[in-house]
Design a protein around this ligand. Structure first.
Ligand code: FAD
Ligand code: NA7
Length: 542
């Protein structure tokens, strides 16, 4: 077994997380670093999700890094929200400006990473069998990255074009085609709205109806852009010191503290302004906490669906009958799509897909839908999906599959017990927010922790099992106090058959999370188990 070190650190993934980790570790800590990605370019989410309509639901000026102030001033803000291809271009620009690609190996899936207890080294193996050793591993694998392909009998026999939105190829044409879409989550809503005008016929195969509000993706005026750029420091400060980091005025007003009439006015204003997180968290403080408040929000959106959708039967089908407590959706005219003559909605909850054959989809009631193209907008094996797909082994050969057999866990979302010197960006039980500011928070904490370890001759740093358990309990307690935990979605692992339905996020907000991480750093990582090198132990003994 190789016992000399190839790199100080190996980074897996080159989305927002991996790129920043590479920049910090290589340019600030001056480490020898190599990053790998199975994609053939940087961008992560935005490399893979090139489906029509891909759009952020974070406002453009906050869906970027805060650390490169020059790029913030250069940021091209066209509309309130940013199109997928523009985020990809932004990340490519970051990589070019900081010369990051020279230390990235693309088209390289990391198949395995094993910790060697004897030498305190990670052995990282690519799918082509190359093995590299490193002292630290930074996993920036993405939380919405491992595609969830629906397990439907016969799907492999389909002879038409078959796509998953998160593996979207270039140059797909819809003209003259009969297209089916499975899935009506955030992605389904976007792709359906974008392609409806382009296809010959669109059949939407809906299992769960969704609450969605308009996104309000207006063009940005030069004055509005100038105001943002003049106030960026304050904007980032406020975002990082808020719960969701979406740049909202997070409401402190309970919904029932105002009259019904006032509530309607506030909801209507939010509907006109647009934005999913704005609707859920800027209107009232307790939509995700109080059943009464939640029902008020549900009823408002239900009323809008009935107003927009002309056919009452279709409107009924589009109306959810569960809580408004998933990641809040927003759209560019989704419900209106169902007024088009070329769009049909099928309820595959009550009339499930029985099987798929070479020509299309057969529903349980015997109806056969002939298709030229089938799009799976069926989401992701979120949060731990990419970890469980790897042969990842920590101390004494403990596999991540065994370690997380009761559901994934972490200490502070950046480390997990028995996996020394492995640091996760967006590991399980991390903050549920606009993600770039959370990613930055974690990468900065990781970089500080590595810096501390290097300065103090610490050879291993790892989470303590009891602390990890406590963090899971904290996350569970917070989640239990919300309505999110009572709604079935990927946020709690409920979207994947057989997946552990447990807590996957810290719903305590970014501000509080940052304070916890800052406390760990200020306390010189006493909450971690550290292993000193022989040299430093000898020095201490003297
Ligand atoms: P990713 O961007 O997912 O990058 C992970 C990378 O790791 C990928 O490139 C992948 O190829 C690579 N990788 C994984 N496993 C391996 C392996 N074994 N070997 C080699 N490479 C590997 N978040 C928001 O905050 N706001 C939004 O508006 C928003 N919109 C979204 C819209 C869509 C359609 C999706 C799917 C997600 C959205 N997100 C949004 C979440 C988004 O994933 C994050 O904002 C952010 O891009 C995550 O960056 P990351 O670097 O952590 O992970
Ligand atoms: P989601 O939100 O998990 O949505 C997936 C959709 O696919 C949802 O409507 C599912 O219905 C549906 N689905 C999944 N499997 C099936 C099968 N087998 N049959 C029928 N329908 C199915 O994923 P998205 O990609 O839309 O969004 C994930 C996040 O990425 C999003 O929040 C943004 O942050 C970006 P279900 O609801 O399970 O009944």
């Amino acid at each position: 077994m190789k016992n000399q070190m190839d790199f100080d650190a190996v980074i897996i993934g080159t989305g927002f997380g991996g790129l920043y980790a590479l920049k910090k570790l290589r340019d600030e800590l001056k480490l020898k670093v190599k990053a790998f990605d199975k994609a053939d370019d940087v961008g992560g989410t935005w490399f893979w999700n090139k489906y029509p309509g891909a759009l952020s639901d974070t406002e453009t000026h906050l869906y970027c890094y805060s650390w490169d102030k020059e790029l913030l001033q250069d940021l091209e803000i066209k509309t309130k929200y940013v199109q997928g291809p523009d985020t990809l271009k932004y990340l490519q620009k970051v990589a070019a400006k900081h010369d990051l690609k020279k230390d990235i190996q693309f088209n390289t899936a990391i198949e395995a990473a094993h910790f060697d207890d004897e030498n305190n080294l990670w052995h990282v193996r690519t799918e082509t069998g190359e093995v590299y050793t490193a002292r630290f591993v930074i996993s920036a694998l993405g939380i919405l990255s491992a595609p969830n392909f629906p397990r439907i009998e016969g799907i492999k026999d389909f002879k038409g074009e078959l796509y998953h939105t998160s593996r979207w190829p270039e140059n797909v044409s819809f003209e003259g085609k009969r297209v089916g879409v499975i899935g009506t989550g955030s992605t389904g809503v976007q792709v359906i709205t974008a392609i409806a005008p382009q296809v010959k016929h669109l059949t939407v195969l809906q299992r769960s109806a969704q609450y969605s509000v308009p996104i309000g993706n207006d063009p940005m005026t030069p004055e509005a852009i100038a105001k943002i750029k003049d106030n960026y420091d304050q904007i980032w400060h406020d975002a990082k010191n808020s719960a969701f980091a979406f740049g909202l005025n997070e409401s402190t007003t309970p919904a029932m503290s105002v009259s019904e009439q006032e509530r309607e006015v506030i909801f209507e204003k939010a509907w006109q302004t647009g934005g999913g997180f704005r609707f859920m968290f800027e209107t009232f403080s307790d939509i995700a906490l109080s059943m009464e408040a939640n029902i008020a929000a549900q009823n408002f959106i239900k009323k809008k669906i009935r107003e927009i959708v002309k056919d009452p039967k279709t409107a009924d089908l589009l109306t959810p009958n569960d809580l408004y407590a998933k990641r809040p959706l927003c759209d560019s005219g989704y419900y209106n799509v169902f007024n088009r003559d070329n769009v049909t909605l099928k309820d595959v909850k009550n009339n499930p897909i029985q099987h798929i054959n070479e020509n299309g989809v057969l529903l349980e009631d015997g109806e056969f839908i002939e298709l030229d193209m089938l799009i799976c907008a069926t989401g992701f094996d979120a949060v731990d999906g990419n970890y469980l797909r790897m042969d990842l082994k920590g101390r004494n050969g403990l596999s991540i599959q065994d370690h997380w057999k009761d559901g994934p866990s972490s200490y502070l979302a950046v480390t997990t017990a028995n996996f020394p010197n492995m640091f996760m960006v967006l590991g399980p039980n991390g903050p549920f927010t606009n993600l770039p500011p959370s990613i930055e928070t974690q990468v900065e904490w990781i970089s500080d922790a590595l810096g501390y370890a290097l300065e103090n001759d610490i050879k291993t740093i790892e989470a303590v099992k009891e602390k990890e358990q406590q963090w899971s309990e904290t996350c569970q307690e917070i989640a239990d106090a919300t309505l999110f935990s009572k709604s079935e979605s990927w946020i709690f692992g409920a979207n994947i058959p057989g997946k552990k339905n447990t807590v996957y996020f810290y719903l305590g907000g970014l501000k509080n999370y940052r304070e916890v991480l800052a406390g760990s750093k200020a306390g010189k990582y006493v909450d971690f188990k550290v292993g000193y090198s022989v040299k430093s132990l000898e020095q201490a003994a003297c």
